[in-house]
Design a protein around this ligand. Structure first.
Ligand code: NAP
Length: 305
């Protein structure tokens, strides 16, 4: 059986430590029976998924390994052919491959179809299925916080992550206002959401101030504020009040300027680490039938950040 031991594992002679952004892993005893999982992306070098999945595999003592594979967008059909040909046990897809994968699987889940993106490939009765765990991963990241009791959300951005978040919120009856630099994308997304309580608008200061004042939950789904541009914020300081729950999907830096402002105003701030961990845990559960130890995965992510 293959064994991946995390940092807490016993160091043995003849084992190899893998460095980079991953948790140090000692890799031993890979065999022909080892189940291989992968993340495809371009770039993929900085993905935190190998660290968190291999930490879960090590904690559970499974005969599995999870590897990052760089796949150019033009090569995605061939790479998915490789999943079939080589019998990879499961795959995650990250930027910029999630949308293109929709057309390349045998079956799509409802979530993947409505979001128009696939972040997880898994096998069901011999069929290669595409699913997205991003929306549920986001919702799980609000567990135990007042975020799950929100009535009105202001969502900043209308890209892939925003689609997953907006569907997760709208499906639960939360009124969603989407603000985006390109307002047509916000309006299109609002029109696609279930229920009749969503609308899209430009991300202009006055519109944002009005929408923020009416919202209890604010979610940043833009890349504004992400390292190295960590002096930027998608929302003016005066839009944030004490009662707000402010989620930033960004996890690098762990405290963005938006979240720092939220903290200084006495609002609740949540970064993207828990969403990252939970979407990964849901993929892992689909592949193995086991809900992995999310605290182990979170420790691997925060250790690697
Ligand atoms: P995406 O599809 O490329 O969408 C990017 C969004 O940000 C678009 O709405 C875009 O507006 C907006 N935007 C980009 N630069 C901007 C700027 N300078 N000013 C204003 N708006 C700007 O990306 P994505 O996949 O949705 O990812 C968005 C963010 O979420 C990233 O930071 C990503 O790291 C994070 N994320 C986190 C998780 C997690 O698990 N925590 C998961 C997925 C994504 P336009 O439409 O006008 O271009």
């Amino acid at each position: 059986m293959a064994r991946l031991r995390g940092a807490a594992g016993r160091a043995g002679s003849g084992t190899k430590k893998m460095g980079g952004p991953s948790l140090p892993i000692e890799m031993v005893e890979l065999t022909g029976k080892t189940r291989v999982y992968a993340v495809f992306g371009c770039p993929v070098e900085h993905s935190l998924s190998p660290a968190m999945h291999n930490a879960a595999i090590a904690a559970l003592g499974l005969d599995c390994v999870y590897v990052p594979l760089r796949v150019e967008p033009a090569d995605l059909p061939a790479a998915i052919g490789g999943v079939r040909a080589m019998g990879l046990a499961g795959v995650n897809l990250t930027i910029p491959l999630k949308e293109a994968a929709v057309a390349l699987v045998d079956e799509l889940s409802d979530e993947a179809r409505e979001i128009g993106a696939v972040n997880t490939l898994f096998w069901k009765d011999g069929a290669l299925c595409g699913h997205s765990t991003d929306g549920e991963g986001f919702w799980m990241s609000l567990e135990g916080t007042p975020g799950q009791s929100a009535k009105r959300a202001l969502v900043l951005g209308a890209g892939g992550a925003s689609r997953a978040v907006c569907f997760a919120l709208a499906r639960r009856g939360i009124e969603v206002t989407i603000a985006n630099r390109t307002p047509e994308r916000a309006r299109e997304l609002a029109a696609a959401l279930p229920g009749s309580h969503a609308h899209g608008m430009p991300a202009e200061p006055e519109d944002l101030a009005r929408a923020a004042a009416a919202a209890d939950l604010i979610v940043n789904c833009t890349s504004v504020g992400m390292s190295p541009n960590d002096s930027e914020s998608p929302l003016a300081e005066n839009c944030i009040e004490r009662g707000h729950i402010v989620c930033d999907l960004i996890y690098n830096p762990r405290e963005t300027l938006l979240l720092r402002t939220a903290r200084e105003k006495g609002a609740l701030g949540l970064n993207g680490v828990d969403m990252l961990v939970n979407q990964g845990a849901l993929s892992f559960q689909l592949w193995t039938g086991i809900m992995p130890p999310v605290q182990v995965m979170k420790a691997a992510v925060t250790g690697a950040l």
